[in-house]
Design a protein around this ligand. Structure first.
Ligand SMILES: Cc1ncc(COP(=O)(O)O)c(C=O)c1O
Length: 428
């Protein structure tokens, strides 16, 4: 499409957007009386208007039935999870019985490592991203120590080459080959939180499994953002959070995927709890753990119907919008953003921004990370003053992620216009 840098053109794109009505399904933040341009769906997705109603239904049920809410009335909580697995599996490209909504992301990664990281004398190494999100780093460090091993000897970090910002796929594949005889696991982020780089999960999975290692992905920044095919890619396991692109609320319930080939393998180690017990006989309260033979068998504790309901409100919106349509809009919104940012950068006497997100569309999702070459923090502060919510990541990166469910083409235009004014003032 031939873009034009005008508000009128932006409005035309909005007019042609068949998903534009979904914006009205969300509450737009208003700070000090001013509606914000919210581009942080990669951090905390906005609140769907219907979330309150879904939550209220659970609160009413609790009020009316007490504990019987698990068993009685419309939609007993015992079966509530069944409403989540269909839409969730569509988002991550899995079979419905391969996904489970439970716990939170870091907790789930620890639990999945219990099953999928079984170091022995020969195979004990883990390949991971250098500078992965800190929680993943702490999780790996402490999990490896828990296994009685030294993280310095176990963790093989692959990072960008000197002078580069993103990680070359060939370097990941090379590391897999290099450590093939000792490699137990590749644990990788689907989309890097800092640079916005999307990885080729199919290729990583194939390469790691070819040398006999297991493969898991942290999909915090990929789930609900980019198309995923976990089952077809043959990924062993994955985990994600629901509060970013999936809009299920701060601290919302996390999710996990476990390939179906493991569901009947009761020899796999796991940390169990009663909620993972065979559903049909859970309440017989018998001795000896007998798991549900689906991903739900990895659950431990009683889940919160309150968190479930917030998750469901958001998932229903994905179903109504349709994931394919969302993907189409995501791409166009993202191309529009890049077009405007490129124009803006090229107008400056000297470039003020270096984009560290890959330009190749197959290697990015909604997010654009801008390395600010001069006065980045001032630019960020001015954006906040002008009612634009993006984020600042030390030492000098502004991240933003317009999302197809609730952001408009006009907002993207407004944002770049505000940014232009800030830069003009700074460099006048
Ligand atoms: C890539 C990544 N991994 C892990 C986490 C931690 O998630 P949680 O706090 O839900 O455990 C985050 C949080 O933003 C993240 O972005």
């Amino acid at each position: 499409m031939q873009f034009q840098n005008t508000r009128a053109f932006a409005c035309e794109l909005d007019q042609q957007d068949e998903l534009r009505s979904f914006r009205d399904e969300f509450i737009m933040p208003v700070i000090n009386g001013r509606q914000q341009i919210y581009f942080l769906g990669n951090s905390l997705g906005l609140q769907p208007k219907r979330t309150k109603e879904y939550l209220q239904q659970v609160l009413n049920k609790w009020a009316n039935y007490g504990v019987e809410g698990f068993f009685m009335g419309e939609e007993p909580w015992l079966q509530y999870h069944d409403h989540l697995t269909g839409p969730l599996s569509a988002i991550v490209g899995a079979l419905p019985h391969e996904v489970v909504a439970m716990n939170q992301l870091t907790v789930n990664l620890h639990l999945l490592l219990v099953s999928f990281y079984k170091p022995d004398q020969k195979r004990y190494k883990i390949i991971c991203e250098a500078k992965a999100f800190p929680s993943d780093q702490y999780m790996l460090e402490t999990h490896v120590k828990y296994c009685g091993l030294n993280p310095d000897e176990v963790l093989i970090e692959v990072g960008p080459r000197a002078g580069e910002h993103t990680i070359r796929h060939e370097d990941i594949l090379h590391a897999i080959q290099q450590h093939k005889d000792e490699l137990a696991l590749v644990l990788w982020g689907g989309l890097n939180y800092y640079t916005g780089q999307l990885f080729d999960m199919a290729a990583i999975t194939k390469a790691a499994q070819a040398v006999g290692a297991k493969v898991g992905f942290d999909l915090a920044h990929a789930a609900g953002n980019v198309p995923l095919q976990l089952h077809n890619w043959n990924v062993d396991f994955a985990a994600w959070c629901s509060y970013k692109y999936i809009n299920s609320g701060p601290g919302g319930i996390g999710g996990a995927y476990i390939h179906e080939r493991y569901h009947n393998d009761t020899s796999l180690p796991r940390f169990a709890g009663w909620w993972g017990y065979d559903k049909a006989t859970r309440f017989l309260m018998q001795k000896g753990f007998n798991p549900t033979r689906t991903a739900e068998g990895w659950q431990l504790s009683t889940p919160s119907p309150l968190l479930y309901s917030m998750h469901r409100a958001a998932l229903d919106l994905f179903t109504e919008a349709g994931f394919d349509k969302l993907q189409k809009k995501r791409q166009l919104l993202n191309q529009w953003l890049w077009f405007l940012l490129d124009e803006l950068n090229n107008e400056q006497k000297a470039p003020v921004v270096e984009f560290i997100t890959p330009r190749n569309e197959a290697e990015r999702g909604c997010q654009v990370s801008m390395l600010m070459l001069q006065q980045g923090k001032q630019v960020f502060d001015e954006l906040a003053r002008a009612g634009v919510i993006v984020d600042w990541r030390e030492p000098n990166v502004i991240r933003l992620a317009p999302v197809p469910l609730y952001n408009s083409f006009e907002e993207v235009w407004q944002f770049t216009n505000i940014l232009r004014q800030i830069l003009q003032l700074q460099h006048a």
